[in-house]
Design a protein around this ligand. Sequence first.
Ligand code: FEO
Ligand code: CA
Ligand code: CA
Ligand code: CA
Length: 827
Amino acid sequence: MTEIIRTDIGYDDGDVDTNRSTGPSLNDLIDQRYSRRETLRSGVGAMAMAVFGSTALAACDNNDDDNGTGNPPPTVSATASPATATAGTLVTVTGTATDDGSVTATTFTQVSGPVVSLSATTGTSTTFVAPAVSSTTSVAIRFAATDNSGNTSSADAIVSVSAAKLSFTAVAKNKNDVVTVPAGYTVGVLYRTGDPITADTAAYKNDGTDTGFANRAGDHHDAMHWFGLASDGSRDDQSSTRGLLAMNHENINQAYLHVNGPTSPGGARPESEAIKEIEAHGVSVVEVTKSSAGWGYVQASSYNRRVTPNTPVVFNGPVKGSSLIQTAFSTDGSQGRGTLNNCANGYTQWGTLLTCEENWAGYFRRPAAADNPRRSAKEVTALTRYGVTSSSGNFGWATVAPADGSNTSYRRFDAQATGGSATTDFRNEPNQFGWVVEIDPYDKSKTPRKRTALGRMNHEGCWPSPFVAGVKPAFYMGDDAVNEYLYKFVSATAWVAADATNADRLAMGDKYLDSGTLYVAQFKADGTGTWLPLTFGTAPLTSANTTYPFADQADVLTHARLAGDALAATKMDRPEWTAVNPATGEVYLTLTNNSTRTPANADAANPRAYKDPPSTSIGNRNGHIIRLREASNSSEATTFTWDIYLFGAGQDLDPANINVSGLTSDNDFSSPDGCWFSRNSNVAGQATPLLWIQTDDSAYLDVTNCMMLAAIPGIVGDGGDAANKTIVNTNADGTTVSVATKVGKAPGTNLKRFLVGPLEAEITGVDTTPDGRTMFVNIQHPGENGNTTNITSHWPANQATGSDPSNSRPRSATIVIQRTDGGVIGL
Ligand code: FEO
Ligand code: CA
Ligand code: CA
Ligand code: CA
């Protein structure tokens, strides 16, 4: 529908105001709500909702006026394609203008509806992304043309916009050795294991001879966050063409890092191999840019940085200086070396990365039978609870010569109490890991800080609540191991908006992350829950506790799991990533699976224990996603309500008790791990934000490789009456046990498979540019079950053509996903 409107207001997109009427004109009113220069300039997105009434529109239906020249104004029309659109759709507005003389200027201006950014504007067309709406809303774009006598006419193109939907066609499950994305999308490979990140580092040969990983991309790309850069190199949170990708390198495919795999994997390790393995862990910060040639990383960028297990770090917060983290390297317990097994992440409003140390325990050699007698009963309790019991350490790094252990960068991976005291050996080195680490991605001269107030565990992610001025922010954290807990940290300090742009970013971390309250979650069967504070001094967190006599707050934080046990926190099905819906503040937690869940110990929050053939094991085989809403929607709340948003399952499993979410071939999945909501700087993260779900699976690999799905979830409690569900679990002997739980509305078509990865890969880590038009995804450990004589994946060398005649070794990598039409990913 278009409306021809003529006006006597000579209007252009400069600063000249030629309105000769008195009182507010329509253009004045428009200017108040749609800053003229803002709406005409592409790429500037004010996101306020501003709706212009139809009454105001009618006011501009002025009479013809030839300006006294005898020269009629142009005849104009404007049309929108499509005229009805869902949020996120690319809309093109086309204007036509004819005149008896000549048309000298044309403009496009928004005159009603939620504010949009007009881009790719020419004399006859402009485009915009249909804005986020919760219900159907009109957007009007006015096309105006001026003739050679200064007469102007205009016409409005009206677009009816309805709520977002997933516009792509679901990707079929498959076991191909490439990344598959929907029709209309492209995949590029951006940043692979071993890629050089300094000017003088050699290209990666990928044959096991490469060295110098402190100047290369690490292995096992994991969680990732985009930090925008302006053209002058300063921080720019809105930049979508230049930025820093900060990503974790969780682990290694040891077999492919060396010429013929590791030598003497069970004996003394050569230093040349150990240093590669160590430096391939940690974090990358790498500059990436979009040019006319597409996306690429900048090998010689001065921002590029590797944080490895050898990078100096400092401790902050209540555990700093504690005897629990004193070692021969840091006798005062204030410093450490590096970060290890970094899995999921978080970010802060002040522009820093929060990287999380997950499965660190296994890297240390501490044969329990030999070492336990050297330890106090308390130490044995703690070391056992955290699983610091490996007889060799994952990769045997502690065996690197010299045998006298004088090179402590290797010696420290032996955590036995063999010295005279904790400050003469590395018995406490494991206590230096398991923390959230804050890194300033914009300044590589800054030493990373371990934020001990957030507790020590198998830290998965650390995702923040929305930052609200005057309210203490919260950070939500899973502890990924079977039957572990969900935590949140609430800062002691209420948010001050101006701190978002403070130049000393790590000082802001000191302000908000070094003191506060760590809580652990208890889920109740009635759909409510409680956050229990891990605060020393109140029973049971006192020295009178007979299971583990806590000494002080540093002891509570270092041994958060023991504190959670004492408080009777709810044992969950492996808490992986957390994500926070930017529109509602609701918190989503992936519970990936639990091989020890049984019908006998299933509970409301972890209600399924079943078989998924061909396996005959009983457990939570496919995982689920639970979500919670804080009381009064406050990050400071100590109670919440919850339901289960989604159950993983194969489409053919029992719809009553296993495939409870009614998954189909378009969206069935297993073992949710990574989860992330689209950024609210673009339409995909507004009104009804998209949730992205990534899998790290072993139960459904007989059918499909791991995958990523997109969802548009509702809210806690949207299951209505059907939310009260009873799941019947069956024991091996055929007897059954029923569990009552709370289940959200089934996802239906608001959940679709978006991507399937290559062979033996986990999909993990996702972010987009702020405009939502470029997505970065990490592909971790393709071909992880192979070795140099049996290479089981050739990804990513085979991505472009589907084959790889050169028989390349696989590499973890960051991929770039874009739409061929340039639109917002997913919508
Ligand atoms: Fe590193 Fe729990 O995934
Ligand atoms: Ca004319
Ligand atoms: Ca993972
Ligand atoms: Ca996992």
